[in-house]
Unconditional design. Structure first.
Length: 248
């Protein structure tokens, strides 16, 4: 294990990609503070294994400004003077439904969580990094649906397209301060979020994917780790697509 005192904040670390990222970050020697609205046995087990100085969690709903501020304040306190290296905006929500019939409140909640929450957390993290004068990394977990669209996911598509725009703008705003900002855009992954796909939709996606399968979190986590590494110091403002070629 390559030990470091670097601290990384991950939203939505209780399951799926956020949990897998958290696990690998710990293995690489990073310290992780995460949040989600509820706990899972898997995250609890990881916390027990890692200990509170290396992995901590608070209940917070991204998309609610007070929760985001509390998450960030608790995270800074938890770092106990160790450098904050990165924020990974991973928490997101999706709901299948045609825009014309989806209740407005649901569309707004999707945008509020996936885009507005990520924007507000990015502001908190960047303010912190700029005030310390330290380098850092911001990674937004986007989706190929942000650039391609998908029937029934209009608000989700809009939120991810917005996130990629946020990535490009912030990369320009903070590049001179050695802070990089990138998006990672997976295709369809085997997680709870995609569990609602009907068999017909799964087969269609697999047929259209040159590499002939859905992605897994293990396809995505190494790219996140790479973006956090020194080797990625000259990459910013990009959206890295990991989709088995479906969008090529
Ligand atoms: N799965 C896919 O096919 C796919 C494809 C492309 C991109 N992505 C992106 O990859 C990221 C992770 O997705 P996933 O598949 O791992 O999703 P997931 O399995 O549904 O996990 C989502 C995580 O985020 C948390 N979360 C959800 N809403 C939250 C909120 N408002 N505040 C705080 N935490 C919240 C969840 O915990 P709680 O519910 O307890 O809050 C959970 O820990 C997302 O940004 C997603 O858009 C996924």
């Amino acid at each position: 294990m390559d030990m470091t005192d670097k601290c990384v904040l991950v939203t939505g670390g209780s399951r799926g990609l956020g949990l897998a990222t958290t696990r690998q970050l710990l293995q690489q020697g990073y310290n992780v503070f995460t949040c989600s609205r509820s706990q899972t046995p898997e995250l609890q087990a990881l916390m027990a294994q890692a200990g509170p100085a290396r992995l901590s969690w608070c209940a917070a709903a991204v998309g609610q400004a007070e929760d985001e501020e509390r998450f960030f304040a608790q995270a800074v306190q938890w770092t106990a003077g160790r450098p904050l290296w990165a924020l990974i905006n991973n928490a997101a929500t999706a709901q299948d439904g045609i825009l014309a019939t989806l209740p407005n409140v649901d569309s707004e909640r999707i945008i509020e969580t996936n885009l507005t929450g990520a924007l507000r957390l990015s502001r908190l993290a960047l303010r912190h990094l700029l005030s310390k004068g330290t380098a850092g990394r911001l990674i937004n977990i986007s989706s190929i649906i942000g650039s391609r669209g998908y029937t029934g996911l209009a608000a989700y598509s809009a939120s991810k397209a917005g996130l990629d725009g946020l990535t490009r703008a912030l990369a320009r705003e903070v590049g001179r301060r050695k802070i990089t900002v990138n998006s990672v855009a997976p295709g369809y992954l085997e997680t709870e979020m995609s569990a609602s796909l009907q068999q017909r939709q799964r087969s269609q996606i697999i047929n259209r994917t040159p590499l002939g399968r859905l992605g897994t979190v293990d396809d995505v986590v190494p790219v996140v780790l790479f973006l956090l590494s020194d080797q990625a110091a000259f990459i910013t403002g990009q959206t890295l697509v990991i989709d088995g070629g479906i969008s090529c």
